[in-house]
Design a protein around this ligand. Structure first.
Ligand code: FAD
Length: 596
């Protein structure tokens, strides 16, 4: 059991505190210790956004009533803040437990390795042991900062496969099939092609960085050709299947998080108020209706009411926890914790799904990013290049190449996601609580079954909101998932045995993929596989009231004026990385809330 205490509350305001006026609330601008007004242009970093950094020592302003309260300024919460306030009249209050995202290592794409276990921006959860993984527990990073996990993620933007969403509709979620949801992906995206030309006009940069990637990418495509696997130039295009390179969320060499794309423009408009260091402890529910929330900020309890709705966007770990703390969840379990059950629903916290992957690393016959970045001199050179030109390896994701392929014989759609990266992190930290590059040339390949069937749970363990929830992923618990691991291992092995990749391999680091049989592949996966940070489903959307938390309009069953809009509502995990579909859920969620 671990308790996280968060001190230093902070009030973040747009530069001119304009939000006070439309709210008819006399908001005080925060000042720093020198008496300078926080939120002045000087405080705003490069983007002039109104999300201030530093510690606020000023008295907190009172929060007036608002139309919508959004809990969590993560991927989904940022979209909602923007969409719900777009009419220029609707007042939205966003409450975020973490602090400002104005940090060098958040803005710098390669900084992923630095924020990965930084308690200043990360909840740093620990998931319980899974029997399917030889009883191993696991580190689970989650963003606790403005932008949420989109501020600390690996920047890969993949919508997933069209079939993922047709699955959602087939499960009884009307309006969530591929044809229904595709416009909501498009609404977010500003697609920037390899030549740097914007092809679409959404707020979130989705950049094709292929020409900037490591030359080893040619080997990856050649390996695909040897095996007769398709290649693709666009995992988010009409033909997403195949091997290729990842598109990423960067703008001018800096991370383009959900906060950059959605929240900052909304804050500048003035109808959105963001409170950071505002840790929500409970949703206030009276007579079956969500009225507002209680939160703690700077060690002081606060209470705010919503005139229209409360929207829970705290992510797949914290949304079920907060529902349970508010009395919505498995009745007997809540009662045992001393929480009065208001809605008895065992699905709250259930149906947890996540992607697991295993990495095979090799010493390389050619220079890789390790050579450029592992030594202090290399870091200095790359750092200068980045600072002067906003280019080079620091401006890119750690993930460069990969793809979606069919591993199981007879598969009708991709069942494996692959990674091929010109780096190795080595065995420096087997528990993966930090990322440090090796000092020799190296690369890795990796596979991740796309649609695992194992399910776990996330539950509150105490009525105290500061107590980290119990995360029981129950990985690799089904025969189907074990079979997928063997198929994925065989596919990766075939790739490693191609002439194109053999040319790159000096020697394996750790287990030798190329010589493993089926049993060895499964045993190795049980021994070494780790999360790729895609938990979903803990407040899942569904048509069966007994086995879902929200309906197809994302309304929480049994409580009026309360919705969950984030990765926790996924009915099933999608085939690829989960940021893009979370944004899609929020875009559609906004239309549902606004009844469009
Ligand atoms: C290390 C890492 C790497 C990843 N890499 C990728 C990738 O490359 N590509 C990809 O597509 N996906 C990636 N993901 C996953 C992706 O980022 C998430 O699926 C997505 O951001 C989830 O969005 P969300 O809105 O559901 O939750 P989040 O973005 O996590 O937002 C939840 C927010 O709620 C806040 N919050 C929680 N509880 C409270 C409370 N009680 N009171 C107030 N605020 C609260 C949190 O602090 C957080 O800001 C990665 C995730 C991680 C952690």
């Amino acid at each position: 059991m671990r308790y996280i205490h968060y001190g230093g509350g902070q009030l973040a305001v747009p530069s001119d505190c304009i939000f006070a006026q439309p709210y008819r609330v006399r908001a005080r601008c925060a000042t720093d210790s020198s008496g300078r007004r926080a939120g002045s242009k000087k405080d705003m970093g490069g983007s002039g956004n109104g999300i201030t950094g530093g510690r606020d020592r000023a008295k907190l302003a009172r929060v007036g009533n608002v139309d919508f309260i959004v809990i969590g300024a993560g991927s989904a919460g940022c979209v909602l803040a923007e969409r719900l306030s777009a009419d220029g009249r609707t007042r939205v209050l966003v409450l975020e437990a973490g602090g400002s995202d104005e940090r060098f290592w958040i803005k710098t794409p390669i900084g992923y390795g630095r924020t990965f276990a930084d308690a200043r921006v990360n909840w740093k959860y620990q998931a319980l042991a899974s029997p399917g993984l030889n009883g191993r527990d696991m580190y689970w990073p989650r963003g606790r900062v403005v932008g949420g996990s989109s501020s600390i993620n690996a920047l890969v933007y993949c919508r997933g496969m069209p079939g993922d969403f047709d699955d959602w509709r087939a499960l009884g979620n009307a309006g969530w099939g591929w044809d229904d949801v595709r416009p909501y992906f498009e609404r977010s995206e500003r697609r920037v092609d390899a030549a740097g030309h914007a092809r679409t006009a959404g707020p979130l940069d989705v950049k094709d960085v292929a020409p900037l990637l490591h030359p080893m990418g040619a080997q990856w495509r050649a390996a695909a050709a040897e095996l007769g696997l398709p290649t693709t130039d666009d995992f988010n295009g009409p033909a997403p299947e195949g091997l290729g390179s990842y598109q990423i969320n960067v703008r001018d060499g800096r991370r383009c998080s959900a906060a950059d794309a959605f929240l900052r423009p909304a804050l500048r408009r003035g109808q959105v108020q963001l409170q950071t260091g505002a840790w929500v402890r409970k949703i206030i529910i009276e007579s079956g209706r969500a009225r507002g929330v209680e939160y703690e900020q700077g060690g002081r309890p606060q209470r705010v009411l919503a005139e229209r709705e409360v929207i829970l966007c705290a992510g797949a770990v914290n949304s079920p926890q907060l529902l349970q703390l508010s009395g919505i969840g498995p009745g007997p379990r809540l009662a045992a914790l001393g929480i009065t059950p208001l809605v008895d629903n065992a699905a709250v916290g259930a149906h947890l799904q996540d992607h697991l992957a295993v990495v095979y690393s090799f010493k390389a016959t050619r220079p890789t990013l390790n050579d450029e970045l592992a030594s202090p001199l290399g870091q200095l050179r790359a750092g200068l290049r980045y600072l002067l030109t906003r280019s080079g390896p620091l401006a890119l994701s750690v993930n460069q190449f990969g793809g979606f392929a069919r591993a199981r014989p007879g598969a009708t759609r991709p069942d494996m996601q692959l990674y091929f990266n010109p780096v190795t992190y080595g065995a420096g930290d087997a528990r993966r609580t930090r990322i440090a590059l090796d000092r020799f040339s190296g690369f890795y390949i990796c596979f991740q079954p796309t649609r695992p069937t194992s399910e776990g749970r996330i539950d509150a363990i105490s009525p105290d909101f500061r107590a980290a929830p119990r995360i029981a992923p129950n990985y690799l618990a089904t025969a189907r998932d074990c079979e997928d691991v063997v198929h994925g291992g065989r596919l990766l092995q075939a790739l490693a045995r191609t002439r194109a990749l053999r040319e790159l391999i000096r020697e394996p680091l750790g287990p030798d993929l190329t010589s493993m049989d089926d049993a060895a592949l499964l045993a190795d996966f049980r021994a070494r596989a780790a999360t790729v940070y895609h938990p979903v489903g803990t407040c899942r959307m569904g048509s069966d009231p007994a086995d879902s938390v929200v309906d197809a309009a994302l309304r929480v069953r049994g409580v009026e004026n309360l919705r969950v809009v984030d990765a926790s509502v996924f009915p099933t995990v999608t085939s690829a990385n989960t940021h893009a579909p979370t944004l899609m859920v929020a875009q559609k969620g906004a239309d549902l809330i606004l009844q469009r």
